[in-house]
Every structure is written in C-alpha cells, then in structure tokens.
Design a protein around this ligand. Structure first.
Ligand SMILES: [Zn+2]
Length: 245
C-alpha cells in the first residue's frame, strides 16, 4: 500500500456497510478520488464531520485495490457553513458540486482547472458579493469551457459570421440568420452580453444587469449545460449498464 496526501473539495458521500462512508473528493493534484472513511458513522466523530460536502479538506490516503482509504482529514475551509443558512446559496452550491462531479468523469485524472474553478465558485458564493444565480451561471459557463464545451457567444458557432441572431444549443451557441436551426431561441442582446461577462469574469457588467436578462441567461445556460451533460455521459451509461436479465 502506498500513502499519499492531497487537498480537495468533498463532492458527496454515501453509506458503506454499517459504519463506513464512501467520500468523493475533487482534489487539487490527483483529480477525482473516491475514498473510504472507516468507522465515521459509529460515533459523532470529528473525522466524519470534516468529510461533509462543500468542505475543503487536506487528506492522507492509502492506495487500495478498488477504493483508497482515508486515514487523516484536516479541514482547510468549511465552505458549507456559509451556505447552509441561505437556501438560494445552498442550492447553487449543491448544483456546483454535482456539475463538478459530472464534468470530471474519470477518477484520478488530474483536473487542476476544474478544482480551482470549484474552490473559487464556492468562495464567491459564500462571500455574498454577487447574486447566487449569477455566481452559479458563471461557474457553469467556465466549467463547461474548461471541459471543452464553451458556447460560441460572439460569432456564429457554425460559420463564424459576426452578425448573430439566435442561440442554438445543438449548434454550440449563437448562430447567424443563415445557420439558424428551427426552434432556436432568440435572446435579447443584453442577455448574450451578460453570458459573455460571466464567462470572462466581468462582474461590473454582470452585477449591473437587470432581472429579465438574468432570468433569460439562466434558462439558456441551464439548457446548454443539461444538453452537454446528457450527451457527455451517455457513453458512460452504456459502459456501466448491468446485463439485462
Ligand atoms: Zn452562420
């Protein structure tokens, strides 16, 4: 067995047997890791309390044959504390954890940029500086971009023409009049400008946007994310499917 250390954000946990818990962590250097925390459900252990979702933890693990074993956990920053008392922030944070989990499919495939985006997103969310939905949409757009699915926002996704008229998820973003597929949404120019601002981290522009455009932006970003997640994980679903009985 080999020993290693890393720090990461706890994405989710689930029960294993009578007393143990499997903890999924997006780490800085190793990528996504699933580790067993032994005995944490038997007592009100401080060890277990450090391994709750949203917590940034410093971990020591033993490499196992199937699952690694978490032998030490120290809290670096409990991001959950700022979120649990505020429902909009909590749901936005939960959506971030789920998205980080689904955009990092392979275990132990290092993804430093996804890790840094998640830490930054949770920190900004907890600070209360910006509206939770804006923080979440910025996180969605940037994590999609890091995963290779950045939407085209400033020129037609198909022909690169600069004059765009609509937003088409299947085309990969904004499209010109000629490339526009049937059923494409026609968002306000301000909504597209808000999406660009969120992707670039231009908070001055984003904070000054109005509710109408924020709502339209959230709808488009959520639909775009959902489409990519479904198409992205379809192949994995086939791999993991149990044989029919
Ligand atoms: Zn075009």
């Amino acid at each position: 067995m080999s020993l290693y250390r890393d720090d990461g954000i706890v994405l989710r946990t689930h029960k294993l047997g009578e007393a143990d818990r499997i903890v999924t962590v997006l780490t800085r250097r190793t990528g996504k890791v699933r580790g067993v925390a032994k005995g944490v459900r038997r007592t009100m252990s401080r060890f277990g309390a450090r391994l709750e979702p949203f917590t940034h933890v410093d971990l020591q693990l033993h490499t196992g044959r199937t699952l690694d074993v978490i032998t030490q956990a120290e809290t670096i920053r409990p991001y959950g504390e700022a979120l649990v008392t505020d429902y909009p922030r909590y749901t936005a944070g939960s959506a971030m954890l789920e998205t980080a989990d689904r955009l990092t499919l392979g275990e132990k495939e290092p993804s430093l940029r996804q890790f840094l985006l998640l830490v930054g997103g949770l920190r900004t969310l907890g600070s209360g500086e910006h509206e939770p939905r804006l923080v979440l949409d910025a996180y969605f757009l940037r994590s999609l971009a890091v995963a290779g699915y950045a939407p085209a926002l400033e020129a037609c996704a198909r022909c690169k023409a600069p004059a765009v008229r609509a937003f088409a998820i299947v085309a990969g973003g904004v499209v010109c009049g000629g490339c526009r597929p049937a059923g494409a949404a026609v968002p306000a120019g301000e909504t597209l400008a808000l999406m660009v601002a969120l992707l670039k981290g231009d908070w001055l522009t984003a904070d000054a946007s109005d509710g109408r455009h924020r709502a339209e932006c959230s709808g488009l970003v959520a639909a775009y994310l959902q489409w990519h997640l479904e198409h992205g994980i379809r192949s994995l679903r086939h791999v993991e499917r149990e044989p029919a009985t």
